[in-house]
Every structure is written in structure tokens, then in C-alpha cells.
Ligand binder design. Structure first.
Ligand code: IMP
Ligand code: MG
Length: 194
């Protein structure tokens, strides 16, 4: 029987989001920043992160899809594009998870063609074991996670589970102990407070 188990709890997500917002605020002092939300998966991460960035910002939304069930179709679809091109702007793309990397490889090239002043990528989660491309560099990573399908905090399985406030794995009962172990390892990625 499949069950859900917490991989990253709400408090850990919020703490890491706060740390990333501080880092971005420091890195872009004195600049106006354009933040791009990739719908739908990064909606909650985007709203939590951007409200903590203490800079002059402009928000943009795009919609890209590539997934059916637990598998990437590899067929990238830009369903909603930017209102305005990012020419000359300082841009950070905010994504929920980098898996094969195909979606972001495609989208970052799409943006580069518009000649932004700078272009970076921030992803809440990274599953490097699954990478199939070598041209995606994540500049700001929330958590590096093992090769498991995750849901919640925006992430879905066929449009279900997005509103769960934490990040869960769907597992078999005999995997529970392994998830507890994975969860402890992930928590250690929080930056230590002085
Ligand atoms: P990529 O193109 O394979 O890197 O896939 C990126 C997109 O696939 C993400 O924006 C997610 O929407 C989706 N995705 C990848 N892994 C997961 C997962 O574990 N759970 C839910 N969605 C996922
Ligand atoms: Mg998705």
C-alpha cells in the first residue's frame, strides 16, 4: 500500500526560504530585480520568497508544462509567456524543482535570446541524480533531495496535492525509516545561525 510521509516540514521550508531571500537581497543591493514565477508548481515558494526580498522588484508569471503523472514527457510546452521581454533587466527565475533539467534548459535559452542584463536560477528543490542536460546551473538552491517523487507546497501528482503545506513523498510502508533518514539529512542543509 502507498502512503505519504513528510520529507520536508513547513518550518524547515520557511526557514530556508528566509535564508535564500536574505542571500538574494544582499546579492542585488541597489538593483531592481525581475522575478519570474514558473506556474503552477512554484506558486507558494514564489509568494513566500518574493515577499521576503527587500528590494525593488517586478513580478512576472509564465506557465510551462512537461509532466504527465510521475514522468517527464520531455515535450516542453510554454503555455503562458511573459507580458514584457526581459531585455536589459536583472532576472531571477523561480522554480519548484529541477529534475531532468529539460524545462529550465529550454526556458533559460528562451530568456537569454531577449538579452537580459543578468539571468539567474533559484529552485526550492534539486534532484541532481535525475539530470539529463548539462547546461542548467542552479544559482540558489533550497534543498538537494534524493531521487524520489515529491508532492505538496505547490508540487502535484496529476494536479492533486498542491495545497499540502509541507513536502511529502509517496512511499511503500517498508520505506518509512529511509524517509526519516533522508529528512534528517535534508534538514542539515539549513545554514547554521551564529
Ligand atoms: P524537468 O524538466 O524534468 O526538470 O521537470 C521540471 C518540472 O517537472 C518541475 O517544474 C515540476 O513541475 C515537475 N516535477 C519534477 N519532479 C517532480 C516531483 O518529484 N514532483 C512533482 N513534480 C515534479
Ligand atoms: Mg508539475
Amino acid at each position: 500500500m502507498s502512503i505519504q510521509k513528510v520529507l520536508i516540514n513547513e518550518k524547515t521550508i520557511q526557514e530556508r526560504t528566509r535564508q535564500l531571500a536574505e542571500e538574494i537581497t544582499e546579492d542585488y543591493q541597489g538593483k531592481k530585480l525581475t522575478l519570474i514565477c514558473i506556474l503552477k508548481g512554484s506558486i507558494f515558494f514564489f509568494t513566500d520568497l518574493t515577499r521576503r526580498i527587500n528590494l525593488d522588484t517586478e513580478l512576472e508569471f509564465v506557465r510551462i508544462s512537461s509532466y504527465a503523472g510521475e514522468n517527464s514527457t520531455g515535450d516542453i510546452n510554454l503555455k503562458v509567456d511573459l507580458d514584457n521581454p526581459v531585455t536589459g533587466k536583472d532576472v531571477i527565475v523561480i522554480e519548484d524543482i529541477i529534475d531532468t533539467g529539460r524545462t529550465l534548459s529550454y526556458f533559460m535559452k528562451h530568456l537569454q535570446k531577449q538579452k537580459p542584463n543578468s539571468l539567474k536560477l533559484c529552485s526550492l528543490l534539486d534532484k541532481p541524480e535525475r539530470r539529463e542536460v548539462d547546461d542548467v546551473k542552479v544559482d540558489y538552491t533550497g534543498f538537494t533531495i534524493p531521487n524520489r517523487f515529491v508532492i505538496g507546497y505547490g508540487l502535484d501528482l496529476d494536479e492533486q496535492y498542491r495545497t499540502i503545506p509541507q513536502i511529502n513523498c509517496i512511499i511503500n510502508e517498508d520505506e518509512e525509516k529511509q524517509i526519516d533518514k533522508d529528512s534528517r539529512v535534508i534538514k542539515k542543509q539549513l545554514l547554521k545561525k551564529d
